[in-house]
Design a protein around this ligand. Structure first.
Ligand SMILES: Nc1nc2c(ncn2[C@@H]2O[C@H](COP(=O)(O)OP(=O)(O)OP(=O)(O)O)[C@@H](O)[C@H]2O)c(=O)[nH]1
Ligand SMILES: [Mg+2]
Length: 251
């Protein structure tokens, strides 16, 4: 009798959640993500939030081995936290890393579709974006001004960086381990949210395939946004800096 082929183990998916004052969201979101399957783990990357987000995660992690905390105490920033989260997820042996906002704007119900698209053997890609700008995607829940800002930023980034995607600003993304290694995520420099554009630019420059899957983006229900005009403008200058560095062969 021919030996039976052993079943292929499910890929290890680690969802990283950068958090700043997300005590009203973090546990419900983590629970919903862990319920997606036993191969899912959650890594919360908290910058010592004053509202004690990290304490809630540390406590819940005592009885949930798939919930992990990276508690950063000496440095703050969405970009730095994202970088640290990716590196920790790789150390933990992730095959797939999903990064998403912890305010429920990015809904857990879309994660399986992103992972399935990433792992589709017939259409190989190294990165999947949860996209508001393709079929099945939407951004109808936010005010007109916010949507206009997103639209303008998208246009600016697509023209300046020449990235072949429709939703450049989406922070809801699903990565192959090999992509994060190839673009050398450890060498990214953005401290703030511009990390989203930096990673996209570096992936596109490596000619790694990028797919977009439609997601319904909803406004945060609880907690407060960290986006300010200063952060927004810093994002625009980082994009210019990326283009300049690329032109000078410094990237
Ligand atoms: N660790 C860490 N996480 C951060 C920091 N700033 C923001 N975050 C998290 O990054 C994610 C996105 O931040 P938001 O404040 O929702 O900003 P945004 O999504 O660009 O803006 P809104 O559309 O207004 O919500 C959330 O999960 C935040 O908790 C930070 O300095 N450190
Ligand atoms: Mg948000």
């Amino acid at each position: 009798m021919a030996p039976q082929a052993s079943p292929v183990p499910a890929p290890s998916v680690i969802v990283t959640l950068p958090t700043w004052n997300e005590s009203e969201n973090v546990l419900a979101l983590s629970q919903a993500l862990l319920a997606l399957g036993p191969n899912y783990q959650v890594l919360v990357v908290d910058d010592n939030s004053p509202d004690g987000t990290w304490k809630l995660v540390a406590e819940a992690g005592k009885s949930e081995p798939r919930l992990h905390l990276l508690h950063r105490t000496s440095d703050k920033g969405r970009g730095a936290a994202g970088r640290a989260g990716f590196l920790r997820a790789l150390e933990m042996g992730a095959d797939v890393v999903v990064e998403m906002d912890a305010d429920f704007s990015h809904q857990p119900r879309f994660v399986p579709a992103l992972v399935a698209r990433l792992l589709d053997p017939a259409r190989e890609v190294g990165l999947v974006l949860g996209s508001r700008a393709v079929a099945g995607g939407s951004d109808d829940d936010r005010g007109a001004l916010r949507r206009l800002i997103t639209l303008a930023a998208n246009l600016y980034i697509r023209i300046l960086l020449g990235v072949p995607v429709k939703d450049c600003n989406s922070g809801f993304r699903c990565w192959r381990r090999s992509t994060l290694e190839r673009i050398r995520v450890q060498d990214t420099f953005s401290k703030g949210p511009a990390i989203v554009q930096e990673l996209l630019f570096k992936t596109a420059r490596e000619k790694i395939g990028i797919a977009e899957v439609g997601i319904e983006f909803i406004e945060r229900q609880r907690g407060e946004s960290t986006l300010t005009l200063r952060i927004l403008l810093k994002g625009y200058t980082t994009v210019l800096q990326l283009r300049w560095m690329a032109l000078r062969g410094k990237l």
